[in-house]
Ligand binder design. Structure first.
Ligand SMILES: [Zn+2]
Length: 412
C-alpha cells in the first residue's frame, strides 16, 4: 500500500528558464481571462477563454448523454434549512456565503457551496421504484465558497466554482456496476488528454457515520469496481469521507505536480439518511438507496488552469480558441485567402485571418506566440495552384496541401 501524495498547491516561480509556466501569465498572453479586485477569487472570462470553457462544457454533456445521465439545474440561492439538514450549516458555515433577506428578516439564504443537498429535491419530486434505478442526475452547477482572500490563487483556488457534478442514485446491489461505468468514463477522458491517471481507494476514517455492514458493502463495491476495471490502485487507509468511501483519481502534470481530479464517492448516509431518501422495492417495502457523487475533472476553473500549465498554453486542437490562422503574403491573394477562411468556417473550424501589410516572418512569429495549432500561409504560388502551405505547431512546415487535404488532416 503506497502512501497517497499530497496534492500540490504550491506557487511556482514565474521564471520560464526552468520550464515552469504560470496559467495566470498564459491567461494574459493568450487573452483568456482576467481577475479584478472587485470580484476576489472569480475569473472574468474573455471571449477566447470562454471558448475553452464552452468546449469543456460541451464535452462533459456529450459524455453524460452517452452514459445515460439526465441534466438538472438547482437554485443557486436556497434557504438555510436545506443546509441545516445536510449538516453544512453546522460544520461548514464559515466557508459559505449567506445573508438575511433584507425584505424578510426571518429568511436566511445560502449561496450553495455544493449541489448535493438540492439534488435530492429532484429525486424526491416523485415516488421512486426499484425499477427506476440507476437515476443519474448531472448538474454543471455554479458554486460559491468563501475562501479566505489570502488563499486565493488564479484559477487554482477560486470562490466561484463550476463543477462537472453528478449524483447517481442506485440500489446497493447496483453500486459496483455503476462505479465501473464511472471509472471507464474517467479513464477514457484522461487517456484522451494523454495524462497518466493514478487511482486511490480511500477507506473508512475514524468517527465515520454509518454501520459497519454498510461500510463493508460500500468498500467491497469500490474495490470490486477497480479490480473489475483492471485498474491498479493504492489504498489510502482512513482517508474516505465521513459519509462513505471514495475513489480518487490523480494525475501528474508536465511540471511533475500531483493533482487530485475526478472522484467517485459512495455515499451511504449523508444524502440517504439526512434527507431520508427511499424507494419502493419488489415487495412494496421502503428501502434506502445509495448515492454516488462523481466528477470527471472536478472544477472547470481549476482544470483549465492545470491544462494551460501542463501544455504551456499549446492546448489540444479541440480546446484551442483559435484552431487555424491564415496568413497572407501580400494583397494579391486576399480574396483567395478569404475564400479559404469561409471554407474553414463552413467546416466548423475556429479560424482567423491576418491580412495586414506586415512581413510574413512577423505574422508567423506573432501567430506562434498565440500557440495556434495550424498556420496556413498563402502567397501567389499557393493561390495559383489552389493550395495552402501548412505549418503545424511544434512540427513546422508540412508543405503544400489542397484545402480538402487540410480539412481531413485537421479533422483527425
Ligand atoms: Zn455531491
Amino acid at each position: 500500500m503506497s502512501k497517497k501524495p499530497k496534492p500540490s498547491q504550491a506557487k511556482k516561480s514565474k521564471s520560464k528558464n526552468n520550464n515552469l509556466w504560470d496559467h495566470r501569465d498564459l491567461g494574459q498572453e493568450l487573452d483568456l481571462f482576467s481577475f479584478h479586485e472587485i470580484a476576489p477569487g472569480a475569473p472574468f472570462w474573455h471571449p477566447k477563454g470562454m471558448i475553452i470553457f464552452r468546449e469543456l462544457e460541451k464535452f462533459a454533456r456529450k459524455l453524460n448523454d452517452a452514459d445515460g445521465y439526465e441534466e438538472i439545474s438547482t437554485p443557486i440561492l436556497a434557504k438555510k434549512e436545506v443546509f441545516e439538514k445536510s449538516g453544512h450549516w453546522e460544520h461548514y458555515r464559515d466557508n459559505m456565503f449567506w445573508f438575511k433577506n433584507p425584505r424578510d428578516e426571518k429568511e436566511v439564504l445560502v449561496v450553495k457551496p455544493m449541489n448535493c443537498p438540492e439534488s435530492t429535491y429532484v429525486y424526491y419530486s416523485k415516488i421512486r421504484s426499484y425499477r427506476d434505478f440507476p437515476i443519474r442526475l448531472a448538474e454543471i452547477g455554479r458554486l460559491h465558497r468563501n475562501e479566505l482572500s489570502g488563499t486565493l490563487g488564479g484559477l487554482f483556488r477560486v470562490r466561484q466554482i463550476t463543477m462537472d457534478d453528478a449524483h447517481i442514485y442506485v440500489r446497493p446491489d447496483q453500486a459496483e456496476e455503476e462505479i465501473v461505468r464511472v471509472l471507464k468514463t474517467i479513464a477514457n477522458f484522461y487517456k484522451m488528454l494523454e495524462f497518466d491517471a493514478e487511482y486511490f481507494l480511500a477507506t473508512k476514517p475514524e468517527g465515520a457515520l454509518g454501520t459497519k455492514k454498510e461500510w463493508d458493502i460500500a468498500e467491497k463495491a469500490l474495490a470490486g469496481a477497480l479490480a473489475g476495471s483492471k485498474i491498479k490502485y493504492s489504498v489510502a487507509k482512513g482517508e474516505g469521507a465521513f459519509y462513505g468511501p471514495k475513489i480518487e483519481v490523480h494525475i501528474k502534470d508536465s511540471q511533475g505536480r500531483d493533482w487530485q481530479m475526478g472522484t467517485a464517492q459512495l455515499d451511504l448516509v449523508m444524502l440517504p439518511d439526512k434527507f431520508n431518501l427511499s424507494y419502493i422495492d419488489e415487495d412494496g417495502k421502503k428501502q434506502k438507496p445509495f448515492v454516488i457523487h462523481r466528477a470527471i475533472f472536478g472544477s472547470f476553473e481549476r482544470f483549465i488552469g492545470i491544462i494551460l500549465e501542463h501544455f504551456n498554453g499549446a492546448l489540444p486542437f479541440w480546446l484551442s480558441p483559435v484552431q487555424v490562422k491564415i496568413l497572407s503574403i501580400n494583397d494579391e491573394v486576399n480574396s483567395y485567402a478569404e475564400n479559404i477562411l469561409k471554407k474553414l468556417k463552413e467546416n466548423n473550424i475556429r479560424a482567423e485571418i491576418d491580412l495586414r501589410n506586415e512581413s510574413i516572418g512577423k505574422k508567423i512569429r506573432e501567430a506562434e506566440m498565440q500557440k495556434i495549432p495550424y498556420l496556413l500561409i498563402i502567397g501567389e504560388k499557393e493561390a495559383e495552384a489552389k493550395k495552402i502551405a501548412v505549418r503545424e505547431r511544434g512540427k513546422g512546415d508540412l508543405g503544400a496541401h489542397t484545402i480538402e487535404e487540410f480539412l481531413s488532416l485537421a479533422k483527425k
